[in-house]
Design a protein around this ligand. Structure first.
Ligand SMILES: [Zn+2]
Length: 270
């Protein structure tokens, strides 16, 4: 358009050098895998500043939240996963590190933390449960009830206390406290789905892993939830102290890192 300079096309080759994982950092048990991500696409014309040097509207909107981080102490940036600066699209967290930025997928990251906690509680037989004020009765087919009841004891060890309720129904009495206030019906349906999908295995441990995986999805911060800066920092600190937090339980990255040097190169600063 007239009056707009074309923004430089982002070199996907350069962006491809953005690393996920902690790169050079070593901290506690945080994973340090170095995966290369590639980013497709180019910046559109309207992404750039106009000739008057005014910020485009999308950036103006972002400014108040960037400003709100003033007062963060410099030392926060020294953490391996940095200090949270802003959340965008209610899905991702940007944090500043000593030599770059990190973008965290809030749901994937939190899901992994809940997953690890549930696994630990199960292994140590120390599940914290929450008793439902009104037990929830959920209807299933007879064979579905069988599939779930089969691992009733293991589920109880996880904090999910259920029992058969007449024919073709399950009564849920207690749920793991870690899950907060989940939709119990969809939680059970999801667990069942996991058991059906993994039905080829008769190994209880694998079944339980599938259950824990399904549960943690229900117990974690959704994409679409607004987070405060302290909440974001809490998530980052917890990730630093949780083994395997760099990947979600399906093996996808929970965060990616972009080095300042790579970003500067994108802007032609060398
Ligand atoms: Zn999920």
């Amino acid at each position: 358009r007239e009056g707009h300079r074309s923004a430089p096309a982002i070199s996907s080759q350069l962006l491809g050098k953005a690393r996920s994982g902690l790169g050079n950092y070593q901290h506690g048990q945080v994973t340090t895998e170095n995966r290369t991500i590639s980013v497709q696409g180019e910046a559109s014309e309207s992404d750039g500043m106009n000739t008057l040097g005014e910020f485009p509207p999308w950036l103006e909107n972002a400014l108040p939240s960037i400003a709100s981080t003033k007062g963060e102490s410099e030392s926060d940036y020294q953490y391996p996963l940095g200090a949270a600066i802003v959340q965008f699209h209610k899905k991702f967290i940007v944090s500043q590190t000593p030599n770059g930025i990190i973008v965290v997928d809030q749901h994937a990251a939190h899901e992994r933390l809940v997953y690890e906690k549930l696994k630990k509680q199960f292994a140590e037989k120390k599940s914290e449960t929450k008793r439902l004020l009104v037990p929830e009765i959920i209807e299933f087919s007879t064979s579905e009830v069988e599939l779930i009841i089969e691992i009733k004891d293991e589920l109880a060890q996880l904090g999910l206390v259920i029992e058969e309720f007449g024919q073709g129904a399950i009564c849920v009495r207690e749920i793991p406290s870690l899950l907060g206030n989940p939709d119990v019906k969809s939680l059970l349906q999801d667990i069942l789905e996991g058991l059906i999908e993994g039905n080829s295995t008769n190994i209880v441990e694998q079944k339980i892993n599938e259950v824990i995986s399904r549960m943690s999805c229900h117990g974690s911060i959704r994409a679409g939830r607004t987070l405060t800066i302290p909440e974001m920092n809490e998530l980052l600190r917890e990730m630093e102290n949780t083994p395997h937090s760099g990947q979600c339980n399906h093996g996808r990255p929970t965060y990616i890192e972009m080095k300042l040097a790579d970003i500067e190169r994108l802007f032609g600063r060398t």
